[in-house]
Write a protein that binds this ligand. Structure first.
Ligand SMILES: C[S@@+](CC[C@H](N)C(=O)[O-])C[C@H]1O[C@@H](n2cnc3c(N)ncnc32)[C@H](O)[C@@H]1O
Length: 221
């Protein structure tokens, strides 16, 4: 493994803002993230598949009285988000290295106020439908961890994943789709402002080649 990568993994192991397998807090903070990790009662937002953490860090900067966690399986990407948060002096940000499939072991029921799913892998093959981060099994998981009426947001470049998600939401009783658009940056409604305000690494790449960004905001009940 490259020396830089190894050094970053070593950094992650010593950084208190990163929770990952092998650390004593891993899978022990469920229901206590705000008191034991952030040391405040502020609402907690989770970004699933955060990559280099642009959204997690960007939201934390915009909302100092809220807490933000970025989750990803890739330690090197999390290292970048953690480094940026430290450079900016943010104390309301953390990162968790884990698979989203195991969320229930990491968070307590009703512990999350909001979830952002930013440019998830589209998983186009039929046999991978269950692995899509907006499939019914993931929505059931998110609902369990969100406060009643908690907000969810999806941003994606991928048309098929977006249409799939709208279909899943329409078929799910009690789901309220608040806003959606197939071209986020063509919207002038202030309701889309937060989704337009922060751009992720993948988002930048797709926008630069002219791919419209899709966005949906919804609540599960
Ligand atoms: C296409 S990238 C998007 C990254 C970032 N959100 C962005 O927009 O730049 C998808 C990210 O999701 C992560 N990921 C994919 N499947 C995951 C899973 N099951 N659990 C946690 N992270 C996952 C990948 O490691 C990757 O960083």
């Amino acid at each position: 493994m490259a020396r830089v990568k190894l050094q970053r993994f070593h950094d992650n192991a010593t950084r208190p803002d990163i929770i990952e397998p092998g650390k004593p807090e891993y899978e022990q903070l469920g229901g206590r993230w705000r008191t034991d990790f952030f040391s405040n009662p502020h609402p907690l937002t989770l970004e699933v598949g955060c990559g280099k953490g642009e959204y997690t860090v960007g939201l934390a900067q915009r909302h100092p009285n809220r807490n933000f966690l970025g989750l990803d399986i890739k330690g090197e990407r999390i290292w970048r988000g953690s480094s940026r948060a430290a450079e900016m002096g943010l104390t309301n940000v953390g990162f968790v290295r884990m698979r989203a499939e195991a969320l229930a072991a990491q968070f307590g029921a009703g512990e999350l106020a909001e979830i952002w799913i930013t440019f998830p892998d589209p998983r186009p093959r039929d046999r991978d439908i269950k692995r899509r981060l907006t499939s019914p099994r993931f929505l059931a998981l998110y609902q369990q961890l969100l406060t009643p009426g908690g907000l969810l947001h999806l941003k994606t470049d991928n048309e098929d994943l977006f249409e799939y998600t709208l279909e899943v939401l329409a078929a799910r009783p009690g789901t309220v789709v608040e806003r959606f658009t197939r071209d986020l940056y063509a919207e002038t409604d202030v309701e889309f402002a937060e989704a337009q305000a922060i751009q992720t690494n993948f988002e930048g790449k797709y926008r630069s080649i002219g791919v419209p960004i899709k966005y949906v905001r919804f609540r599960l009940s």
